[in-house]
Each structure stands twice: as C-alpha cells, then as structure tokens.
Ligand binder design. Sequence first.
Ligand SMILES: Cc1cc2nc3c(=O)[nH]c(=O)nc-3n(C[C@H](O)[C@H](O)[C@H](O)COP(=O)(O)OP(=O)(O)OC[C@H]3O[C@@H](n4cnc5c(N)ncnc54)[C@H](O)[C@@H]3O)c2cc1C
Length: 402
Amino acid sequence: MGHLYDVAIVGAGPGGSAAAHYLAQSGMDVLLLDKSEFPRDKTCGDGLTPRALHIISDMGILDQATEAGFRINGLELHARAGNSMHVPIPNHSEYPDHMLVVPRVGLDDIIRQRAVKSGAHFESPVRVRGLQNLPDRIRIHTDLSTTFEARVAILAIGANMRLLQDLNILERPPQMILAARAYYEGMNGLNDRVEAHFAHVPLPGYGWVFPISATAANVGIGYWPSNLPWRKKSASIRVAMDNFLRNPRLAPRLEGASQQGPVKSYPLRIDFATAPTYAERILLVGETAGLVSPLTGEGIDFALESGQIAAEFLVETFARGEFTRSAFAAYDSILRRNFQSIFRFLGLARRLYVNPLLMGRTIAMSEKRPELKRMLVNVLMSQQHPAGLITPHFLRHILLGV
Ligand SMILES: Cc1cc2nc3c(=O)[nH]c(=O)nc-3n(C[C@H](O)[C@H](O)[C@H](O)COP(=O)(O)OP(=O)(O)OC[C@H]3O[C@@H](n4cnc5c(N)ncnc54)[C@H](O)[C@@H]3O)c2cc1C
C-alpha cells in the first residue's frame, strides 16, 4: 500500500495553497497537486483587496507580495454619463488601507512556496481525473500511472467544473461571468488608483485598468451574460474587449503602448449562494465553491479565507475522528455564516449596474456625500456589510434624484 496522506488538495491556486499552508502548519500530512508546473499564469485582473492582504499577512508573505506587486491607494469609478468619482481606500479596523496589484504568475507561486515551506508535499504536473471513495479514505486517480490516497480531499480547482460534474457534486454549470484581460506596457496616465469604467462595456459589467507599475497595467473587462431587453444577445467577450479598448477615456492612453502577450479570457463562478460546498470526505474551497464576488468578480480574498476555514475545520475533524457526511455538513454551515449574507447583498447590489442611469446618479450623489463614497468602496471591496446603504433616503435619491 502507498503512502496515506491526511489531506490531499487538488489545485494550487490561492485557495488550495492557503489550505495546504494552514493544514501543514498544524502538523497535518498534506499532499498538494496541480495540473500545471509553477510558476504558472492564471487569467485574472491581479487585484488584491485589503481583505486578501490581511490573510496574506497572516501567512507571513506580505513583504514578498508587496515586492512583486504595485501599491494601490485609491479607486476611480467612471460612469457612462461621463461623471467620475475618486476615493482613497478607507481606513478599516481590520484590513490594510491599500490594495496591491500582483500578476498571478508571481503571486500564486509565492503562496504555493509558503505552503511547501510549511511542510506540504507538492507534485506537478499532475492532472486529477477522478476521486474514488473507499470506506476509510479517498483514492485520487490522475493522468499518471500512479494513484494517491488520503483520508480527506479538498477540491480547489477554480472554475474547472468537469471533475465536479463527473463526481455528481454539481449537476449543471451555473451562470458565469465572462471576463478577459491583457497587459499593456508604455501606457499614459497611470497612478496609484485602480479604475473601473462603465462606458463601452455591456452592463451589468465593467472594464478595468489595474496598474502593475507606473507605466504598465492589466486592462480587462468582465460582464454578466443576460437576456435584458436592451441587450438581447450577449456580445462575445473578445468583441466586448475590443470595444472597451476604444473607450475614449482609455484609447488615447494606449496609443504608443505595446500589448504584452495575448488577450486571455476565462469564465468566473459567482454562485456561492446556491453552490454545494462538500461531499463524502471532500471539501470545496474558493471558486470551486462559487466564492467570487457577484458584484466585482474578485475572488482571491474569498479563496484564501475559505482555504483557512477548511484547514481549521479539518484540524478539528481529525481531532474528533468524525468523517461522516453529516459531520462535513458543518463546514457548509461555517461558510454560510461567514459569506452568505454578504453574497446575497453583493448579488443585489449588482442590479445597480444594470441601469446606467442609476450608476451615474449613485456616482454623482457620492461626490456630495463622503460617507456614502467610503461606504461604496467598502462594499466594492467586500469589507462592509452593506445594510446601511439601502435606506429609503438613498433609494429615493438615486431613483428620483431628490
Ligand atoms: C479575467 C479575470 C479577472 C479576475 N480579476 C480578479 C481580481 O482582480 N481580483 C480577484 O480577487 N479575483 C479576480 N478574479 C477571480 C480570481 O481569479 C479567482 O477568484 C481565483 O483565482 C480563485 O482562486 P482558486 O484558488 O479558487 O482557483 P484558481 O486560482 O483558479 O486555481 C485553481 C488551480 O487548480 C488547478 N486545477 C484545475 N483543475 C485541475 C485538475 N483536474 N487537476 C489538478 N489541478 C487542477 C489549476 O491549474 C489552478 O492552479 C478574476 C478572474 C478572471 C477570469
């Protein structure tokens, strides 16, 4: 019989590697597998929210991430109507007062190396093809001739749904955000702010400019396919990206810039509110549990946090020796306690995007009310429960403009 690990983790993105780090740090025998050799690229906007930096700091890798990235102190929103809003990232009792933009090719390797230093055993390239439940363990089938065995498995395979469907964990693919990005060197007008643009993009959705240096940026677009009357047919993501690059606020700044590498697109899962999060001896982490903000499409913070939550849950589970399906249901309850209400609200808040008029009014109103500005940014960064935002006064103001 081969080696029996305590926990096998499939996927060494932020979610899988965070889980591997926290488990190994607690003395567990951890196997971390990925289909890619590292460092590897991952299509992303590369934006790390203060919430993500908080846990990166807890993992002891904030200095490395800061060195590999670009510090962001504020946010710009540019409405369709032409009005704009700028707001510094507010002070927060728990989270740092800035963001970082760190290209994923570097970030994910920093987090993976942290897990390995903590004691996790990493193997790649290993593509996992299936998981088999045995009475006291999970057998992991791969594209190699060998199999691996562990008492428990974590699936942190991002938006790759094939394995979930093969295991009958997911019946059908949920609705996804479509997103694309490219890197540009030699851009004008970059500063220490991330930009969100609502003109020249299908709504609900936005285009972004996330600087990775004083002259280079990750430029991209994400939107929700929809059947809204004014958008009968969803544009293809490539057409939408080309259109965004013609945005008059962006195009002049790209003149003379050179595109670094191809435009890459990838879908995002945002369905945590209804997604399964566990199965027999299996936990789902990060985007595999649909944990991506339905408002902004950011999910690195939730991937890291759910990795930590899964690790803490398993340390307790091993101490109790209870591996039944009903014992694993407690993991779902912990995730729901942490994320359900904020995800419900972020889904609701997304409706503000649907109507360009509402978005324009919200931005205009925020200019006059600094506390609303701060609240908006905290909501966009998923770091404030937004209950105070939807007051009758606020709704009257943005709906009727009075
Ligand atoms: C265009 C775009 C822009 C985005 N911008 C942002 C942003 O600015 N900020 C932000 O916070 N989030 C952003 N996101 C979302 C973010 O990328 C994800 O939420 C995040 O990567 C999820 O982390 P994860 O660890 O759950 O999964 P992933 O990072 O996707 O990692 C999954 C890992 O699993 C491996 N894997 C998959 N299948 C297998 C298999 N069968 N066997 C072995 N290994 C496997 C993959 O190789 C990969 O390394 C963006 C996404 C897109 C598409």
